[in-house]
Design a protein around this ligand. Structure first.
Ligand code: ZN
Length: 266
């Protein structure tokens, strides 16, 4: 008689404890917490890899200045968010290591910052990429350029298991693990392009999908921002001004803030 009673009390206690631990409170069940706690900011290229080169400047230098400024705004205005840079100086970082840094640190967001170039000097404007293979052939020049950095790395054949950045066939083998993060990545990417266009008065070429290495190997929402074309004289000039860099950095910061509010509201 007594034994089952003790057992019942034990079961009830266990149930109560699990109930309390499950996060129930007076207002009902609590949604799982999703917070933007850690951001990796990746300044493209660096060191022996200048990225695209304009008539007066190099992509690696502009990308670094803007990356540091975005990080600074986040630190000042969103002190609860930890900022991690893939590089803070003019150093060469392998592509693989950039996504490793984000994955190792369990970042909630990855933002890669770059400048564009095109054979036509008339091309200008901003564009933001998320991982995807939809219509990527249209952006294959950018895909090739941004991914071909691995050719500068030692043992790249071994490191990247036969992946050839200049062969479209190589891109068919992707494991699209970024698919899970597509809607979040798209949400941030649209905010960035919208802010560039409406508040910084840049010409936005829109949000695009492409299999860019740093995007498909990061296991969190991620975007790659092309700030403008160094092959366009006016845009190169703008990208080299302190004001231009400040406006673009503020736009990226505001988009991160809006994205944070959006995902934490859910
Ligand atoms: Zn680049």
């Amino acid at each position: 008689m007594k034994r089952p009673k003790v057992k019942n009390i034990l079961i009830i206690s266990v149930l109560t404890i699990s109930f309390l631990l499950s996060g129930f409170n007076a207002t009902g069940p609590k949604a799982p917490e999703f917070k933007l706690k850690r951001i990796v900011i990746d300044a493209g290229h660096g060191g022996k890899d200048p990225g695209t080169v304009g008539s007066m400047s190099k992509e690696k230098d502009i990308a670094l200045k803007v990356a540091l400024q975005v990080g600074q705004y986040i630190k000042e205005n969103l002190p609860e968010v930890e900022v991690i840079y893939t590089r803070k100086t003019d150093t060469f970082i392998e592509l693989k290591e950039r996504s490793n840094i984000a994955n190792r640190n369990k970042a909630d967001l990855f933002i890669s910052i770059h400048c564009n170039a095109a054979p036509s000097r008339a091309a200008y404007g901003t564009e933001t990429f998320v991982m995807g293979t939809k219509n990527f052939e249209a952006n294959f020049d950018i895909v090739k350029r941004e991914n071909s950095v691995i050719l500068l790395e030692e043992n790249f054949e071994e490191q990247y298991e036969g992946f050839d950045p200049s062969s479209p066939e190589s891109y068919m083998m992707f494991n699209l693990m970024q698919k899970a993060f597509l809607s979040n990545s798209l949400s941030l990417a649209s905010k960035v392009e919208e802010d560039f266009s409406t508040r910084v008065n840049r010409y936005s070429r829109g949000v695009k999908q492409a299999p860019l290495y740093v995007l498909w190997t990061t296991s969190m929402p991620s975007v790659l921002i092309e700030l403008g074309f160094l092959s366009n004289a006016n845009e190169e000039k703008y990208l080299n001004t302190k004001d231009g860099q400040t406006y673009l950095s503020s736009a990226i910061y505001r988009s991160v803030k809006a994205y944070k509010e959006e995902i934490e509201e859910l």
